[in-house]
Design a binder for this molecule. Structure first.
Ligand code: UDP
Length: 242
């Protein structure tokens, strides 16, 4: 990235730079992958580009469905321009199918279709290992008002309806996903971060039997191999459909 832009923040998978307009930022998607709170790390050439392209398409779909997001435009294959937001330190996970931590922490069997979407909220705090929260704990920490929390939950449920149906059209089961929100300069809540196979579980529905074929970051978490092939397949199906 051109050094006229100041690096504001570097996360595990993205770098955020200043923009000439103070209400915008430049987001560069990196090829780095981390799992289990960065205990496991690797680099996959081309992952940044694929996640940036996939996220941009998904944001466009959400925007056309009246979901407020930070996305403005793609600058190039691994860089997007977004509205500057003050990130709310909560990770909002929505689950349609039981998998991952839900099955490790409960007696619910992996693959169980949930009767209604389950929303789990975690504190975005690596030092504390992103603990799961309750509404009461969120209130005690004064992170956001209960009105804004309700708004975020409502937006997450709406996003799920849009994405579940979109992914089904391209033969993918939206198992679960994680969202992050923030406030823009007018204090309006916007969807931020990214929506990609790094933070969504997507299972291939083009399977004759019931075997689970993950086309998401579980390929890295569970050492399945073929991460770039899986992300490329998602990108290919999205572009073919749109
Ligand atoms: N997730 C994420 N970042 C995190 C934790 C989870 O993007 O720090 C996503 C993950 O990709 C999955 C969903 O949130 O789509 C639910 O993850 P889960 O709580 O099952 O945790 P995991 O099994 O990844 O530890």
């Amino acid at each position: 990235m051109n050094n006229k832009y100041e690096l504001i923040y570097e996360g595990k998978a993205k770098k955020v730079f200043s923009h000439e307009d103070s209400d915008k930022v430049i987001i560069e998607f990196k090829d780095d992958a981390t799992a289990f709170n960065a205990l496991k790390k690797a680099k996959f050439e081309g992952k940044g580009k694929l996640n940036c392209l996939i996220s941009a398409r998904i944001f466009e779909i959400l925007i056309s469905n009246n979901i407020p997001t930070h996305f403005i435009e793609l600058k190039n294959e691994n860089i997007m321009i977004a509205k500057k937001i003050k990130v709310i330190p909560l990770e909002i996970v929505l689950r349609n199918t039981a998998y991952g931590s839900l099955c490790k922490q409960t007696t619910i069997k992996p693959g169980t279709i949930l009767a209604k979407p389950l929303i789990d909220i975690y504190l975005k705090n690596d030092e504390l290992n992103d603990p799961i929260l309750t509404k009461e704990r969120i209130e005690l920490m004064n992170i956001i008002s209960s009105k804004d929390l309700d708004l975020i939950i409502d937006l997450t449920l709406k996003i799920n309806i849009i994405l579940k149906s979109f992914f089904k059209n391209i033969q993918l089961q939206l198992v679960d996903f994680k969202l992050e929100f923030g406030y823009d300069f007018k204090n309006k809540i916007l969807l931020g971060d990214e929506i990609s196979p790094d933070n969504c579980r997507l299972w291939d529905l083009n399977q004759k039997n019931d075997t689970i074929v993950s086309l998401d970051k579980d390929r890295f978490r569970n050492d399945l191999g073929g991460l770039i092939e899986a992300y490329s397949e998602i990108n290919r199906r999205i572009n073919e459909f749109i």
